[in-house]
Design a protein around this ligand. Structure first.
Ligand SMILES: CC(C)(COP(=O)(O)OP(=O)(O)OC[C@H]1O[C@@H](n2cnc3c(N)ncnc32)[C@H](O)[C@@H]1OP(=O)(O)O)[C@@H](O)C(=O)NCCC(=O)NCCS
Length: 258
């Protein structure tokens, strides 16, 4: 691991809204095997937050789904002529969306937890050009991010697994982790850093844009790895995959001389 960029990166940041006056030291360092349970917990909890995000917030972003639900409502009314069935439909739709979002995201988590997140050392730390870092605040692991060499697209590295413990958000931990990946990309002479996300939370998009990423494409109806793609899932689970890219040469980090 000696060829990897700085093992430890210490940054002082003004704390976020939860402790307005304090200066907190964020330490970003390479993963160590003892971090595994905390990293898995933070990743698991962060991903499970995407269930309500996808089921409820996502609804606003998919007019085609709203149209489908309206059509189902009209057809049900015509067939049943029963108003109480129509009254129940919004609740059925919301329950269906929650259930299928949970099922798909759980399937994705199961895959991740049995692959890279089960063997972080082997997957990230022993592969040349890849790495996983943790962020510490006052000695406690509070965030995680990984970078994976993209063998298929030459010269690109993928930022993955970005997640900050809910209790420690808005303290620039995500920013410090993102910067670490960019420094790594500069040191290892990657041309691009890419990432994909299906979150609808504006905060994550603002974080990536603040780091210099630009959205280069959106896939509507993205098939999440681990999904079973049944027709009920097709009705109740629909996400957009945002593709982000950053040119390392033109990034702020490169011009700062890292
Ligand atoms: C997205 C996430 C990593 C952000 O981590 P964080 O440590 O809270 O982010 P930071 O404090 O470093 O914020 C950096 C910038 O991102 C933006 N940002 C982050 N969270 C935000 C929020 N909730 N609302 C608005 N902007 C937000 C802001 O521009 C912020 O800069 P500012 O504080 O100067 O306004 C964190 O919310 C998280 O882990 N979410 C769950 C998992 C997830 O969604 N991962 C990313 C998608 S794959």
């Amino acid at each position: 691991m000696e060829d990897k960029a700085q093992k430890k990166d210490i940054q002082k940041h003004g704390a976020g809204p939860t402790s307005p006056n304090a200066l907190q030291t964020i330490v970003v360092r390479e993963f160590e095997p003892a971090d595994q349970p905390e990293v898995q917990r933070i990743f698991y909890e962060g991903l499970m937050e995407m269930v309500p995000d996808t089921a409820f917030r996502g609804l606003r972003h998919h007019p085609e789904s709203l149209l489908l639900y309206a059509t189902i409502t009209v057809v049900s009314l015509v067939i049943s002529m029963c108003w109480w069935v129509i009254g129940l439909l919004p609740a059925i739709v919301l329950c269906g969306r929650y259930f299928y979002s949970r099922r798909v995201i759980h399937g994705y988590l199961k895959q991740a937890m049995s692959r890279d997140m089960a063997d972080i050392e082997g997957f990230y730390m022993k592969s040349p050009g890849s790495c996983l870092w943790v962020a510490e605040l006052e000695g406690q692991v509070v965030g995680v991010v990984a970078a994976v060499n993209q063998q298929k697209s030459g010269g690109a590295i993928e930022l993955k697994r970005m997640c900050v413990d809910r209790e420690f958000r808005r303290r620039r931990v995500g920013d410090a982790l993102g910067r670490k990946v960019l420094e790594f990309a500069v040191t290892h002479r990657y041309s691009y850093v890419v990432l994909g996300t299906t979150t609808y939370k504006p905060g994550a998009h603002q974080l990536y844009q603040g780091l210099g990423f630009r959205c280069v494409g959106v896939t509507n109806g993205h098939v999440t790895p681990g999904a079973k793609v049944s027709w009920l899932e097709w009705i109740f689970y629909r996400v957009r995959h945002h593709h982000y890219s950053l040119s390392v040469k033109h990034s702020q980090i490169a011009s700062e001389g890292h």
